[in-house]
Design a protein around this ligand. Structure first.
Ligand SMILES: [Zn+2]
Length: 211
């Protein structure tokens, strides 16, 4: 080997950081690890209380595209699916598949429009999930999350299980940093020409504020 090549090689493997820099680098990565551990333990208790049925579990089709929210969600829009309520988990999963199909084929959305959906027994179903721009409130999707109660709430009152699940889901979102603690909770009708989320659910929204 030519002597110069040896020198070059040696230069490239010489540490470019001083020992002090290395120590501070180690310290900061250690702090990051500890903070993520702390977050996991604080939010872990919360997560245990909310069971989220994942997309794969209900048989979701892959999204055509996925756009990440630019920052933490600032607002939450509550919707209803406006179709008949589903009786059990199996019926709700079938309903989810059909809602997704309608959203993707008839409405031309990239995926099911909502970030989460709530079954009548309080089961939370993952739609687009956290941190993803939805298609649920026109011109208002880029800083928000859309949560839909499954069923029609024009005349029907949302039950305690569904309300309680949404509260827990919102708390989890705040705890994990997916939703700002000062989030605004609105009904779809607050920003669009629609009856959504139905008179009865709309009247119940104050119970979800400050959740
Ligand atoms: Zn809506």
């Amino acid at each position: 080997m030519h002597p110069h090549e040896t020198i070059k090689y040696r230069e490239s493997v010489l540490p470019v950081t001083t020992p002090t820099e290395i120590i501070s680098l180690l310290k900061s990565s250690c702090a990051a690890l500890q903070s993520s551990k702390r977050k996991a333990s604080v939010c872990g208790g919360m997560a245990e209380k909310v069971t989220i049925v994942k997309r794969q579990e209900w048989g979701a089709a892959a999204p055509k595209q996925k756009e990440a929210l630019k920052g933490t969600a600032q607002r939450v829009f509550i919707h209803h699916t406006a179709n008949p309520s589903c009786k059990d988990q199996k019926a709700c999963m079938d309903r989810l598949v059909s809602i997704q199909r309608v959203h993707m084929t008839e409405r031309g959305f990239d995926d099911i429009g909502y970030n989460f959906l709530i079954g009548p027994n309080g089961t939370v179903y993952e739609g687009r999930g956290w941190g993803v721009v939805g298609a649920h409130a026109k011109k208002n999707n880029h800083d928000s999350l859309g949560i839909a109660f499954m069923g029609n709430f024009d005349n029907e009152t949302p039950n305690a299980e569904a309300m309680s699940s949404v509260k827990k889901l919102l708390k989890l979102g705040v705890c994990e940093g997916n939703l700002t603690p000062e989030f605004t909770l609105l009904g779809h009708r607050d920003v669009g020409d629609t009856k959504c989320p139905g008179d009865k659910l709309y009247a119940a929204l104050p119970q979800l504020r400050g959740a």
